[in-house]
Design a protein around this ligand. Structure first.
Ligand code: NAD
Length: 476
């Protein structure tokens, strides 16, 4: 598959390729160009040349293009979902949801097209003022492999509707879905150069994009460490930045919670996408009085998960996306066992089923008796490990939950309104859920605090991330 620059499918200037593999089978799916600094420059040049034309198109017409793209995505949902499963590993049902989610984001921002406007502000004694909202120019995004379609939508939809042009750098492991989605925009009538995709490694293609003087804004999703590097480079060019970084979301289960639905929420929250979701339940704090009963429910649920190739309709949990993640999870479990720093209730091994030796599979794993200094609680564990910690009351649960450098999401499970309110007020995160976890929608602002980054995606807030306010003061 080729890159997309100025409406054309192109090879990399250096003529080199890399392979995208299926994490369930190890098979090579496709090769993709290894984008160079010159390719990034060509993509930025194309976006820059297309900017004046696209910015002068009415928001309603821009919305029309996005709407047509969403229609095509919905028509091609099955093919796109299968591609996503093959390169990312997630079960087909999850891939389908993600593709529908991508279309939904486009539709949501089409609906906001008519609402792009500034303000009228009376200035006592000095006439009045207007504000005008202008697009920034060339915007860029660098995205990860865990939700490549959805995250692409979160970035391009508000940027394009508000009149910017765009360069996207996908994660290498999941470039195929992003390239295919981008080609759909051309079919939907997006002018050449408005959306460009350069594939390649972060250290070369990604950094060239951040350094490019023409790029006015970088929206980055990925690890906190990479985000800091991106922010540092962007600061040199005084560029706007949105950072959607990692998380270590806590889930608090009080003694009055509906344990049945909390167990379902924890299983879905932790093992969806094989645990590779930024807002996954990564630490579970349960009141000690109900811990035994709750852990039993979790154990039954974990044992019922079916691990396998995401294309198999019986699979509820696929492989990890890549070898690095797989090795990391194996290392954490081995270290925990060696130090006797946790008790595996179920899981904890590389599974053995026909063909499992070809993929990055790891059993969904439930762990208790984890000490406070465990890596399972301190690091962002991107994989199918759920550590359960017992606490005596809500105060202790909140104190432990906040003991992290991250602050993306958190949930509290209780029927008591006072406890729910206390959790909402005192948990330090960008998103708090009550009696659910990980539910997100394009209508709702999304983003973190502390090392989970800054800026917001989704909702109307995301539009202001891609527009500049110009103030005009008239003396009358
Ligand atoms: P990563 O930081 O390794 O890579 C993300 C992207 O950055 C990739 O496209 C990569 O090629 C690129 N990159 C790497 N080094 C770069 C550099 N020096 N300069 C510019 N670009 C560079 O992250 P990952 O492993 O792909 O994704 C997993 C991480 O993403 C987790 O931490 C997860 O929590 C986070 N994430 C956050 C959100 C959110 O919205 N907060 C959503 C999904 C994933």
């Amino acid at each position: 598959m080729k890159m997309q620059i100025n409406g054309k499918a192109v090879e990399a200037c250096g003529g080199e390729f890399f392979g995208v593999k299926n994490p369930a089978t190890g098979e090579l799916l496709e090769t993709v160009p290894l984008g160079t600094e010159e390719d990034v420059a060509a993509a930025v040049e194309a976006a820059s040349s297309a900017f004046a034309g696209w910015a002068s198109v009415s928001p309603q017409q821009r919305g029309g293009v996005l709407y047509r793209a969403a229609e095509i995505v919905r028509q091609r949902k099955e093919e796109l979902a299968a591609l996503l499963t093959q390169e990312q590993g997630k079960p087909l049902a999850e891939a389908r949801n993600e593709i529908k989610g991508f279309a939904h984001v486009l539709e949501y921002y089409c609906g906001l097209a008519g609402s792009l406007r500034g303000d009228f502000i009376p200035v006592p004694g000095n006439g009045y003022a207007f504000t005008v909202k202008n697009p920034l120019g060339v915007c860029a995004a660098i995205i990860p492999w865990n939700m490549p379609a959805l995250i692409m939508g979160w970035k391009i939809a508000p940027a394009l509707i508000s009149g910017n042009t765009f360069v996207l750098k996908p994660a290498s492991n999941t470039s195929l879905t992003n390239l295919t989605l981008a080609s759909i925009f051309e079919e939907a009538g997006l002018p050449a150069g408005v959306l460009n995709v350069v594939t390649g490694p972060g250290e070369t293609a990604g950094e060239s994009l951040v350094r490019s003087p023409e790029v006015r804004k970088i929206s980055f999703t990925g690890e906190a460490r990479t985000g800091k590097r991106v922010a540092e480079l962007a600061a040199r060019g005084m560029k706007r930045v949105t950072l959607e970084l990692g998380g270590s979301d806590p889930m608090l289960v009080c003694d009055d919670a509906d344990l049945e639905s909390a167990a379902v929420g924890a299983l879905r929250g932790r093992f969806y996408n094989c645990g590779q979701t930024c807002t996954a339940v990564k630490r579970l704090y349960v009141f000690e009085s109900i811990a035994e009963e709750f852990i039993k429910k979790l154990e039954t649920g974990v044992r019922s998960l079916r691990i396998g190739n995401g294309l198999d309709k019986n699979t509820s949990i696929g492989p990890l996306n890549n070898q690095q993640q797989w090795e990391y999870i194996k290392e954490l479990v081995a270290e925990m066992e060696e130090k006797e720093a946790g008790r595996i209730i179920t899981g904890g091994k590389v599974p053995a089923f026909k063909g499992s030796d070809k993929g990055y599979f790891f059993e969904p794993t439930l762990v208790s008796d984890v000490p406070g200094d465990s890596r399972l609680l301190k690091e962002e564990v991107f994989g199918p490990l759920l550590p359960v910690v017992t606490v005596k009351d809500l105060d202790e649960a909140i104190e432990e939950a906040n003991r992290t450098s991250y602050g993306l999401g958190a949930s509290i499970w209780t029927k008591d309104l006072d406890r729910a309110r206390t959790g909402c007020e005192q948990l330090n995160a960008g998103i708090i859920w009550v009696n659910q976890h990980m539910k997100i929608a394009p209508e709702v602002p999304f983003g973190g605090v502390k090392e989970s980054g800054f800026g917001r995606e989704n909702g109307p807030d995301a539009l202001s991330e891609y527009m500049e306010t110009k103030t005009i003061i008239l003396k009358t």
